[in-house]
Design a protein around this ligand. Structure first.
Ligand code: IPE
Ligand code: IPE
Ligand code: MG
Length: 249
């Protein structure tokens, strides 16, 4: 079933279908604090965070949202204790392997953005396989930002463009927003309409710097593992009350 064909009977009545964001992005923050509050090690927060993401993906699908992008690991997250980094890499790999069949069945198209070459080889293999197997799926487009950094993304785009100029394939005056965007990791994916950040921090933390030029931001104090349908509903209600002006009056 494509997103359009899905019966949207689950959509809460106070949400207007025509005003839903097409693309929602999430900075899934607060796993560590969630675990600490329960007296658990930080890694248990990451485990609980996976369940919250699975629920959100399903909810987006049920409510007819066409694209979901989740920030799973930043280029700065390598600075965390080695055991936490190792746990996360293993968790990503395991979850991907476990969930692939269901994503195929549900017609999800999964994609990864970031510097994927620096990830463990076994995770890279799982990533390639999942993208390959879901490439032509007509359902929700699910993008996972892994070893992603907005600044790094912009720099690698500049390098690729500079090389084309050096080879005479592109003239400097031909570089415009479209050309630039086509060299970003997110090439072909529309900019997010709504970015949600959990756990109260009011910053982008190097996420989608270019793409968020006109995206709406919604910040909630709720910690990521507690972010559920009710919270998402609240975020969408807030979004629908916004007036997006894009510089116009
Ligand atoms: C977000 O939760 C998950 C990742 C960055 C991988 P955190 O681990 O940042 O949780 P807090 O912010 O320390 O509570
Ligand atoms: C942002 O959260 C990265 C992810 C959610 C993957 P962080 O916890 O790393 O961000 P800072 O350090 O609080 O800015
Ligand atoms: Mg954090």
């Amino acid at each position: 079933m494509t997103v359009q064909e899905t019966k949207l009977q689950d959509l809460p009545i106070d949400l207007k279908r025509e005003l839903l964001p097409k693309h929602v992005a999430v900075i899934m923050d607060g796993n560590g604090r969630w675990a600490k509050r329960q007296g658990l090690p930080r890694i248990m927060g990451h485990k609980a965070g996976v369940d919250a993401l699975k629920d959100l993906l399903r909810c987006c699908k049920d409510w007819g949202i066409q694209a979901l992008t989740a920030y799973a690991f930043s280029t700065e997250n390598w600075k965390r204790p080695q055991e936490e980094v190792d746990f996360l890499m293993t968790l990503f790999q395991r979850v991907l392997r476990q969930e692939l069949r269901e994503m195929v069945e549900e017609n999800v198209q999964i994609q990864f953005v970031g510097n994927l070459q620096a990830l463990p080889r076994s995770l890279q293999r799982e990533i390639s396989r999942s993208m390959e197997e879901t490439r032509n799926n007509p359902g929700i487009r699910f993008t996972v930002a892994t070893n992603y950094g907005g600044r790094q993304e912009i720099i690698q785009a500049c390098r690729a463009i500079a090389e084309k100029v050096q080879q005479g394939l592109l003239q400097p005056h031909e570089i415009n927003e479209q050309v630039f965007e086509s060299h970003l990791y997110t090439a072909g994916i529309a900019d997010p309409d709504l970015l949600i950040r959990t756990s109260g921090e009011m910053r982008l933390s190097n996420f989608l710097l270019w793409q968020m030029a006109y995206g709406e931001m919604y910040i909630t104090e709720t910690l990521w593992p507690d972010f559920d349908r009710t919270e998402f509903h609240r975020a969408l209600c807030a979004y629908q009350r916004r007036e997006r002006r894009f510089g116009k009056v």
